[in-house]
Unconditional design. Structure first.
Ligand code: SAM
Length: 279
């Protein structure tokens, strides 16, 4: 059951917990948003669900009540202890597996590679949304879909198009593997405590043939983007010999002009660079 602000306050008081800003502890208190997350995610009964930052377990409870197996990752030891008590039955019968740890290091918690189809449903701690997504995209298996509550600005950056100020390395990696299907603005009043920033609930679906950038290409693209407004010709000169060779080869093969800047180059052209590195 989603909690009202006063109920949430009471629960927090009963466990002696003060919401930590640093950990993005703004708890969902709106039942419609909890249900909307599930409607957007539309998992099949056999899908495993990964939830990042279960907090007081509002979303977790809804997922469990619908019969899904949930793999949750919570960093805060106080909240993890509360969840272990609240869901002792579900933990015993393994419908909930709780990992107490950092989701950036364990982006899918206790999920194993045997879990064929899985989805992510999460009200993310906003400070880790980008590094966590990078960890997910760098993993061996990526989810079928991700239904995420994000800071509005972060979502805008993730789905930015080339030649806009928000376009960055993560937008490129995401465009290769996912399609943004739905987006829903969420009022600040849906959280306790009320956050300072605007939020948005988004649903992204894995592409039929997702393109995953390997580590070396991700590192190179990220590095090139630190000089996003410099012409590629000038950027190349400052790179290591190996990167210079790769980038020169890429410009030659694609016919991209040396005067182009990183922020103007399309995700498809960056994929070509990644293929050169993998070959
Ligand atoms: N899911 C709950 C809800 O919707 O009410 C809480 C969401 S709250 C926005 C974010 C949660 O993520 C908090 O419980 C916080 O402790 C947890 N968290 C913060 N950083 C984390 C990290 N690096 N790894 C795992 N959980 C984290």
């Amino acid at each position: 059951m989603p909690l009202s602000p006063s109920d949430t306050h009471k629960v927090l008081e009963s466990i002696g917990h003060k919401p930590k800003k640093k950990l993005g502890q703004n708890f969902l208190i709106d039942g419609n948003i909890v249900k909307k997350s599930l409607t957007m995610a539309a998992p099949s009964p056999s899908d495993a669900i990964v939830e990042i930052g279960p907090g007081l377990g509002t979303l977790t409870e809804e997922l469990l009540s619908r019969g899904y197996q949930v793999h949750a990752v919570e960093l805060d030891p106080n909240l993890a202890a509360y969840l272990r008590k609240k869901f002792s039955k579900e933990l015993k019968n393994n419908s909930l597996v709780l990992t107490e740890g950092d989701a950036v290091k364990e982006p899918t918690g206790s999920l194993t590679l045997k879990d064929d189809t899985f989805r992510i449903v999460a009200n993310l701690p906003y400070a880790i949304s980008s590094p966590w997504l990078e960890s997910i995209l760098g993993g061996k298996k990526i989810p079928q879909s991700m239904t995420l509550m994000l800071q509005k600005e972060a979502a805008d950056r993730m789905w930015a198009k080339p030649s806009t100020k928000n376009y960055n390395a993560l937008s490129i990696f995401l465009h290769g593997a996912y399609k943004l299907e739905k987006s829903h603005a969420v009022s600040k009043q849906c959280f306790y405590p009320v956050p300072a920033v605007d939020s948005v609930l988004i649903h992204m679906k894995r592409l039929p043939e997702p393109f995953l950038y390997q580590k070396e290409s991700r590192n190179l693209i990220r590095k090139v983007f630190t000089k996003r407004r410099k012409q590629m010709g000038a950027v190349i000169k400052q790179e290591s010999t190996r990167s210079q060779e790769i980038l020169e080869d890429w410009l030659k093969q694609t016919g991209l002009p040396r005067t182009l800047r990183a922020e103007q180059i399309s995700p498809t052209d960056w994929q070509h660079l990644s293929q050169i590195i993998s070959d």
